[in-house]
Design a protein around this ligand. Structure first.
Ligand SMILES: [Zn+2]
Length: 461
């Protein structure tokens, strides 16, 4: 509005000046260097105006030309950055799509165009990894360590490489460094916990667990269960080294934190029975049995009766069955005790019940064992044994993360290194035969030689 007013004012002034000059006619004479110019006042005024306008235009042009090198440079630079960012984006898309050639091309382009290492190092590292060049990727990750803004990312890249190479020591060092850098980050805490557990460094794993809980990488409600798992491992180690008192204290702590943890309860009961506290031993088994019956608990129960004869043992296992009559484990344990006591009828009765509940391999093996004990190595025993291969697989310690089955419980999965991922049961997708090593030989089981809950793990790898 103001501009328009100003424009009309200017036009008005010009018109007024023109009219003013036109009403006052006259001629002007200019004599210069032998030239004579004779014209009217109006034409002279118009000429002067034209010269003024031309001068203004020339002056603007000169100003533009003076300022242009900077402006042109700035334009070029911003276009270059734009192309750099585009290459960076395209490179990231290529990495996500797994397009090796494009990833490498765009990484190089972005690097040249942007010249900003914090932005392009990660892409270059990822592109190198995609192309299988771990050496180059490592160089980029190491370069990232030198800048505070990329150090954490570089550590993560190097850690992944160390894990892939199976270098647990270096991976742990890197995870510790990442944790010191960002104590609230979750992945360093979880990685450290898994690595320490995998190496069997149970005390270090306990520290790592507390840090992981603090970083909220593990919900506080799940912490007691994990603490119990680590205590059970420490107890098992102490027992294996003959440090019974220490093992007892640790197993008791684990059992108090998680009464359903079978290895802790079984070890506690076995140690209590061996140190003359049968009552405490039975109590530990009962606590765990009510949550989940298991053969290891039955074995510990067998030890918790003192020097009783085989008939008294059968009575004791009847009491165990009574705790949870719907569980196959109780019937199997009672059948084993009955075979030892030569109570064929009772053994057959409980094996039949067990077979109705879960016709798995070990039930058929025990049926063969019973037949062999009662009638000798005849056709019937061979018939039962022949059914073992086709029978449903037995439950095993199964990793919730990778599905691997383990003969013995461990706080660390032997296949994937997951921490506290094993639970008693069956993985749905695993081949039936993989559970085979989890079964105790029937002869040993029938003879009542009870495998203690402690010992080294044999993974069914
Ligand atoms: Zn696993």
């Amino acid at each position: 509005m103001r501009k328009a007013l100003l424009f009309f004012l200017k036009v008005g002034l010009l018109v007024a000046a023109a009219v003013w000059i036109a009403r006052r006619p006259g001629t002007v004479q200019i004599e210069w260097q032998g030239w004579l110019i004779e014209t009217s006042v109006g034409v002279l005024a118009l000429g002067a105006l034209m010269i003024a306008i031309l001068a203004a235009v020339l002056y603007s042009l000169w100003r533009f030309l003076l300022g242009s090198p900077g402006a042109f440079g700035r334009y070029r630079q911003s276009a270059r950055r734009e192309r750099g960012y585009l290459a960076l984006t395209q490179g990231m898309v290529a990495v996500a799509a797994g397009d090796r050639e494009a990833a490498r091309k765009f990484a190089r382009k972005a690097d040249v165009l942007l010249n900003e290492p914090p932005l392009t190092l990660l892409l270059s590292a990822q592109a190198a990894q995609l192309n299988g060049d771990e050496q180059a990727a490592r160089k980029y990750f190491e370069a990232m360590l030198e800048r505070p803004e990329t150090e954490f990312l570089g550590l993560r890249g190097l850690l992944t490489q160390a894990l892939k190479a199976g270098d647990g020591r270096r991976a742990a060092e890197l995870a510790q460094r990442a944790q010191a850098l960002q104590p609230k980050a979750q992945w360093p805490a979880l990685t450290l916990l898994e690595l320490e557990a995998k190496e069997g460094h149970w005390t270090d794993a306990e520290d790592a667990l507390e840090k992981a809980v603090k970083a909220k990488a593990i919900p506080a409600a799940e912490a007691p269960r994990h603490r119990a798992a680590l205590l059970a491992e420490r107890a098992r180690m102490a027992a294996a080294l003959g440090r019974t008192e220490e093992a007892l204290t640790l197993a008791q702590k684990a059992h108090d934190l998680n009464p359903g943890l079978i290895p802790a309860a079984a070890l506690l009961a076995t140690l209590r029975a061996r140190t003359g506290n049968a009552k405490a031993a039975r109590r530990a088994v009962e606590n765990a049995w009510r949550i989940q019956p298991h053969a290891d608990l039955a074995d510990a129960w067998g030890e918790a009766g003192g020097e009783a004869d085989s008939l008294a043992r059968v009575k004791r296992f009847e009491a165990l069955v009574a705790l949870d009559p719907g569980s196959v484990e109780g019937h199997l344990a009672l059948a084993r005790a009955a075979i030892v006591a030569k109570l064929w009828g009772e053994a057959a009765n409980h094996l039949r019940i067990a077979r109705d509940m879960a016709p798995t391999a070990r039930v058929h093996r025990l049926l063969a064992e019973l037949s062999r004990a009662e009638h000798g190595d005849g056709a019937e025993a061979r018939e039962w044994l022949a059914k073992v291969a086709g029978a449903a697989p037995d439950p095993a310690w199964t990793c919730a993360r990778c599905g691997a089955e383990h003969a013995l419980w461990s706080a660390s999965c032997h296949r994937c290194g997951g921490f506290d991922t094993l639970s008693w049961g069956r993985g749905a997708t695993l081949p039936a035969t993989s559970a085979a090593p989890a079964i105790a030989p029937p002869a040993a089981a029938a003879a009542g030689t009870l495998a203690p809950a402690l010992g080294t793990d044999i993974a069914s790898r």
